[in-house]
Design a protein around this ligand. Structure first.
Ligand SMILES: [Zn+2]
Length: 112
């Protein structure tokens, strides 16, 4: 986790101090060892990889930070999208196009 508080972004203190089981930077994600076989978490982090790719790093960070500040972690738009995709993934028994799904979700976000 970047030291957001140390660089003056105190509004993200709660997020910075959070204990997350996975985190994604660009095309790489990390998960805690005890979740290493959790497909659903992998899928969640892969949705973030797609978000990073579609938005680009600068826009991803801007949209993520704005969403975090306005709505908190769980309800921030990019997290809500990843959790929503997890739901679709866990219900689906057939393959679906996750990238296309993210494109549609992003197009419905007014701030992007
Ligand atoms: Zn997430």
């Amino acid at each position: 986790m970047p030291p957001l508080g140390e660089i003056g972004l105190h509004q993200f203190a709660e997020f910075s101090n959070g204990n997350y089981d996975g985190i994604t930077y660009l095309d790489t994600f990390f998960v805690k060892r005890y979740r290493a076989t959790d497909e659903r978490l992998y899928f969640h982090e892969l949705i973030h990889v797609v978000q990073w790719q579609l938005l680009g790093a600068e826009r991803f960070l801007a949209v993520y930070a704005a969403g975090l500040e306005a709505h908190g972690y769980r309800n921030s738009p990019l997290e809500a999208m990843a959790y929503g995709a997890e739901e679709v993934f866990s219900r689906n028994t057939t393959a679906f196009d996750a990238e296309k799904w993210v494109v549609v979700q992003l197009s419905q976000m007014s701030a992007v």
